[in-house]
Design a protein around this ligand. Structure first.
Ligand code: HMG
Length: 445
């Protein structure tokens, strides 16, 4: 079977940084530890005045094409995943193609373009579409450009404000990929939920606490569905588990549940039994309340064991390093978790070729998807080309009042002028409005 997967990735972060413990927490009257320890976040990325979902997507895509020596003719699809679109008809991918056509001699007239929407899971769904298109042999030897781009803003004062972020991840999907090969097997957990939604509005209506529970339920459903086709997931069957990361504390909760599930009825559960007992089973209790109470106690004890903590430090924590510094990028979030883990592996000199990743995507509304990825031989060159930590370091650190101006500038209902904090160079920028209310872009040398 032909291997299909991600050949190359470029990440573009919004150029501004909001420091959560230092700048945001004092203004909200919060203990900074709520952010660093509770949510697990140090900072959020924000777009500068001349950035938006199109510029971030186009800049990530341009970087990718230049690095890989690609021309427009090499690209048969451009799919953009976003939940921050400003147009209900014209897809962001057409704006991106328009930007790229400013800098290439060829055009993208023979590339299929679209926009995928299902909250944060749409990036993974776009990769799926590309996979199916290539497997069906309809790609004429070309690859697919999949870009996840979002400006993840919440209304000011909403509890979600602490988890904002902005950035884009451009991915090139091909046969015989250099970075990771996707598994054929997938599992889904999907249900009609109203925990987080944007009914024709930019900022989400969100029931934050419930959204956490829905994430966990759908993720568990997806894992069970995945196992029904791929066989039981084993604890040592994967090196890293990159999951959708709205904030690292969310993944901390998901990881504990996943661990309990994966070790049940294995020698790992036996090894823990002396210390914390065996996992409670429903049949052992008089009613569901008693069972749930026993589960809570078991989970608390499990989280404190050395066995669990060592596993978490090796398999989960490395996936969270970028997220901690940038916040939630919605559609891009799980894709920066994958890169985060591989960057750490490269840094530590771990050989990853042939190793497995267990990837968990999620979108509110709600759907989770689990699949596996096999790391490809060319992974290290790809990862060494990734400069996201330099970009993170170079961001302009905004004050709280600057943050409020930036938030207003990116509020679709306002037209607020704002002097940029940074200087664009060799990149696409937002350049004002056209006669049909379209957004206009230009390339700045
Ligand atoms: P909140 O209510 O302000 O925070 O909002 P909290 O009081 O629950 O505190 C957060 C954590 O910090 C808690 O940890 C506290 O205990 C801890 P937990 O108990 O849950 O483990 N904490 C502290 N720890 C140490 N020292 C302290 C301290 N104080 C508190 N001093 C909430 C939290 C997540 C609800 C909010 O940020 C929110 O609404 N976020 C937006 C929704 C969201 O991200 N949901 C996640 C699941 S849904 C999803 O992932 C989809 C999404 O990406 C959208 C999409 O798919 O399109 C959002």
């Amino acid at each position: 079977m032909t291997a299909v997967g991600i050949d190359a990735v470029e990440i573009w972060t919004g150029k501004l940084k909001l420091d959560l413990p230092e700048t945001f927490a004092p203004q909200k009257g919060d203990d900074p530890a709520k952010y660093t320890k509770g949510l697990g976040l140090r900072a959020s990325s924000f777009p500068d005045a001349y950035e938006d979902i199109v510029t971030m997507a186009s800049n990530a895509a341009y970087k990718l094409m230049e690095r890989k020596g690609l021309e427009p003719d090499d690209i048969g699809r451009i799919d953009v995943a976003t939940e921050s679109a400003f147009d209900n008809s014209k897809p962001v991918s057409t704006y991106v193609a328009g930007c790229l056509e400013e800098v290439y001699d060829e055009d993208f007239h023979h590339a299929n373009k679209g926009e995928r929407k299902f909250a944060c899971i749409a990036g993974t769904q776009s990769i799926d579409d590309a996979y199916n298109w290539i497997k069906a042999g309809r790609n004429r030897g070309r690859g697919a450009l999949v870009i996840a781009t979002d400006t993840a803003l919440y209304a000011r004062g909403d509890a979600g404000e602490a988890t904002q972020g902005a950035g884009a991840v451009a991915m090139y999907i091909t046969e015989d990929p250099s970075l990771v090969e996707l598994s054929h097997a997938q599992g889904y957990g999907s249900a009609d939920e109203t925990d987080f939604l944007k009914p024709n509005q930019q900022f989400p209506s969100v029931d934050g606490k419930r959204s956490v529970q829905v994430y966990l339920s759908r993720m568990r459903e997806a894992l069970e569905d995945y196992e029904s086709v791929a066989g039981d997931v084993e604890l040592d069957g994967f090196e890293y588990a990159p999951f959708h990361t709205p904030f690292p504390g969310m993944v901390r909760k998901a990881a504990l549940l996943a661990y309990r599930h994966v070790v049940r009825d294995t020698e790992h559960e036996d090894a823990l039994a002396d210390e914390i007992g065996r996992q409670p089973r429903p049949g052992e209790f008089e009613d569901d309340d008693a069972y749930q109470e026993a589960i809570r106690e078991y989970m608390d004890a499990l989280g404190d064991t050395e066995q669990y903590q060592d596993w978490y430090a090796e398999v989960i924590d490395p996936t969270l390093s970028i997220s901690r510094e940038v916040g939630n990028w919605y559609t891009g979030s799980v894709h920066i978790a994958r890169m985060s883990a591989l960057l750490e592996a490269a840094e530590e000199g771990t050989e990853m070729a042939g190793e497995t990743l267990l990837v968990g995507s999620y979108g509110s509304g709600a759907q989770a998807e689990i699949h596996a990825e096999t790391v490809a031989d060319g992974w290290k060159d790809e990862i060494e080309a990734c400069d996201i930590y330099d970009q993170i370091e170079d961001r302009y650190d905004i004050s709280f009042s600057e943050y409020e101006q930036v938030h207003d500038r990116h509020n679709h209902e306002k037209r607020v002028e704002l002097e940029p904090f940074t200087q664009p160079e060799g990149e696409f920028v937002f350049d004002g409005w056209g006669p049909m209310n379209e957004r206009k872009y230009t390339f700045v040398e």
